[in-house]
Design a protein around this ligand. Sequence first.
Ligand code: GDP
Length: 197
Amino acid sequence: LSLHSASFLSSGSKLSNCPPDIGAEVAFAGRSNAGKSSAINTLTQQKKLARTSKTPGRTQLINFFGLNKPDSKLVDLPGYGYAKVATQVKEDWQRHLDDYLRNRQALQGLVLVMDIRTPLTEFDQMMLNWCDLSSLPVLVLLTKADKFKYGAAKNIQLKVKKELSDIKCVKDIVLFSSLKRTGVPEASKQIIEWLSV
Ligand code: GDP
């Protein structure tokens, strides 16, 4: 099983038009512009698998990527969090995300992408709450770690670790950079482990 084998499978706006709920999948979530698409492209070593966009909040679809093991998938959940998006649309996203996280049997783990400069946004807290309620394990990526010197990035990682120490679903908090490929081995290892059930 290799993350590099990822290829586009399908996309849908709600759970009812997702691929069958069988096998194992790992989902990626993050506030719009956190660096989620870049992280997916870096982990799969594919330049354009997930669409990075300069118009944040545009992707409102759940995208599925297939891997070289039957019914193993990566899932790109819609970004969220821009004021430009109407309240109604936000509420719809929340309902779909909530539905997906609660009811998807194949879901083994969630990768929560946070911009290291603005970690633990309201969106992140909401996701962590949901995961905790459903006992879904979470890997936190503090991405764009290249924006700081190593020591400063480590300090932020420590602070986030402390703040999340009470949340049992959080498995690890990894410094990540799509630019420098920091944290790729750690993140890949966890994702592959989740998919190997
Ligand atoms: P998404 O909306 O969460 O999918 O975010 P994108 O992956 O589209 O990234 C948002 C912006 O952050 C883009 O301008 C990226 O070039 C930039 N970005 C993403 N990852 C990194 C990173 O690791 N380092 C740096 N310096 N910039 C990044």
